[in-house]
Design a protein around this ligand. Structure first.
Ligand code: NOJ
Length: 557
């Protein structure tokens, strides 16, 4: 059996903050850092060990912070560097680490480097980006962006095009230029010297592009992706960044859209060649869609299980998994993989299903109280570049605004960006402003932190139990993973083993009763029901019928 090494970041769980919607302290309708500071005790009370901030740097918000215009400062909408230092200190004092988002595949088009780069072809910053001449009056190649049609934007002054794999306001950095890599290292050092403990690295697997930028295989979006999703120099560049990280014992979680499991294992394999500590994979977020969230398919538990099991097995003893079911890029998971009708039960079932696996669990703001997707009346209520791009696409397919917005409320990533619901008060206690920057889910009177705090059986208190249990039992952190009943489309059943301890997990994804029978070799009469989302009268039975979205975690000592 594979040997497992112990590391601090393997033992932690992480809370992700998307600041704009977290908590507004100054009544301007926008969440901010003093708002986060005021909630540090709450965050700590969840039992997490770290906070990851989605980008909080100055940004014109073409992609809400993922278009950075100054890497060494704080977005004035959110506060100041001093506010951030207070958080850092406050988090550290509470035994929590802080991770920043390192967004270096692209900058904002408002970044000084880019402004310089477009002044003239001889400008020293010109080669910080991909500026190219057109071909016969057309862009340099056929690449399409992820967010806004063609991947090239023409600049009349230079008579050249610049590459943007994401939005027009997100020009790609030319990482082949050694000066750009030095800038990245300098950004890392800036935050690490301040005391930051690691980075989540945005689309870091896209940073090396194929030589000559050849045409790509035509796709509806992101044509050309095969030429940069694991480019020729990716590993060299990651080595350079890793060397900086090593000086500080900092943690690096890479985001790898479309990264294969094989490549992820290669990048995360422990040893002298390791590039990253974990990978944010998208594979398990495709259990109810085809390739991208907007192409919806019925939820398939089998698909979810087989993907998760593959990652669990391949990483065990080799690298480490990043466990998540929500973040700012996907609609709320209860709507997707659970049931709004059984919100409480399915929220807890989903929590159990993923936090009991092997890896570091990430929890996205609002997930811990079971927030669900909102609805909006008009496209003008929406804010996100990907919504507007998808509207253009779906309009061509004949969708009316109303039909599009119905789909939006099922699949768009904006669904996860509504303000956190703190209480049943005005604007869910998120802001004292008349108008929050974005819609608040209409269910806030019932779904909010204050109500969840008062209810011992809330999803919130259930998360606390799971995280505490994980911390107290090494088998949850370091145990291996073995799945049972892989073909069942109703039950997710697995065991974990570590140094004589065994964990056995049963999670139903059905609102109807399902007959469960312990697999051979598992005797539940000898185990303790450590955690569950129902009160079970006689848990020590080897056969039972599950309740809607029932979850049970048994411990054998
Ligand atoms: C991935 C981020 O998570 C997403 O929110 C962003 O839009 C893209 N990268 C581009 O930075």
């Amino acid at each position: 059996m594979a040997e497992i090494t112990k590391k601090w970041f393997k033992e932690m769980s992480v809370y992700q903050i998307w600041t704009r919607s977290f908590c507004d302290s100054n009544g301007d309708g926008i969440g901010d850092l003093p708002g986060v500071y005021s909630k540090l005790d709450y965050i700590k009370s969840l039992g997490v060990d770290a906070i990851w901030f989605s980008p909080i740097f100055p940004s014109p918000n073409a992609d809400y912070g993922y278009d950075v215009s100054d890497y060494k400062n704080i977005n004035p909408e959110f506060g100041t560097l001093d506010d951030f230092k207070m958080i850092l200190e406050g988090a550290h004092a509470r035994g929590m680490r802080v991770f920043m988002d390192l967004v270096v595949n692209h900058t904002s088009s408002e970044h000084e480097w880019f402004k310089e780069s477009r002044k003239s072809v001889d400008n020293p910053y010109h080669d910080y980006y991909f500026w190219r001449k057109g071909k016969d009056g057309n862009p340099p190649n056929n690449w399409l962006s992820v967010f806004e049609g063609g991947a090239w934007e023409y600049d009349k002054n230079l008579d050249e095009y610049y590459l943007h794999v994401f939005a027009k306001g997100q020009p790609d950095l030319n990482m082949d230029n050694p000066k750009v890599r030095e800038e990245v290292k300098s950004i890392m050092r800036f935050w690490l010297d301040m005391g930051v403990d690691g980075f989540r690295e945005d689309v870091i697997t896209f940073i090396s592009k194929d030589e000559g930028l050849p045409n790509g295989i035509p796709l509806p979006v992101a044509t050309g992706v095969e030429h940069y999703k694991h480019g020729p120099h990716l590993e060299e560049y990651l080595d350079e960044f890793r060397a900086v990280a090593k000086e500080y014992d900092c943690m690096q979680v890479g985001e790898g859209p479309m990264t294969s499991l094989k490549d992820a294992v290669k990048l995360c394999a422990e040893g002298p060649d390791q590039k990253l500590d974990m990978m944010i994979s998208f594979d398990h977020m495709n259990a109810d869609c085809f390739m991208i969230d907007w192409v919806k398919t019925p939820f398939s538990l089998r698909k979810l299980k087989s993907t998760m099991a593959k990652w669990q097995e391949a990483m065990y003893g080799v690298g480490w998994n990043c466990l998540y079911i929500e973040n700012h890029d996907h609609a709320r998971v209860i709507d997707r993989y659970g049931s709004v009708k059984f919100r409480e039960q399915s929220g807890k079932a989903l929590a159990t299903m993923y936090t009991m696996q092997c890896g570091t669990p990430f929890i996205y703001q609002g997930q811990e109280i079971g927030m669900t997707n909102p609805t909006v009346g008009h496209l003008t209520d929406c804010k996100d570049v990907s919504t507007f791009n998808n509207y253009k696409i779906f309009k061509k397919l004949g969708y009316s605004e109303k039909r599009f917005l119905k789909l939006w409320s099922e699949v768009s990533r904006e669904c996860a960006r509504t303000p956190v619901q703190w209480s049943a008060e005005k604007n869910a206690g998120f802001t004292s402003a008349d108008e929050p920057w974005f819609v608040i889910n209409k269910n806030y009177k019932e779904v909010n932190v204050e109500a969840a705090e008062k209810d011992p059986n809330s999803i919130l208190n259930y998360y606390r139990k799971l995280l505490k249990f994980r911390k107290e039992n090494e088998v949850v952190i370091y145990g291996d993973f073995k799945q049972y009943y892989a073909n069942s489309n109703k039950l997710f059943v697995y065991e974990r083993n570590y140094e004589g301890q065994k964990l056995f997990v049963v999670v139903s994804f059905s609102e109807n009763p399902v007959n469960f029978k312990a697999p051979e070799g598992i005797d539940l009469t000898k185990a303790e029901l450590a955690i569950g989302n129902y009160d079970v009268v006689n848990p020590n039975k080897n056969e039972f019928r599950t309740k809607p979205y029932e979850a049970r975690v048994y411990l054998f000592k």
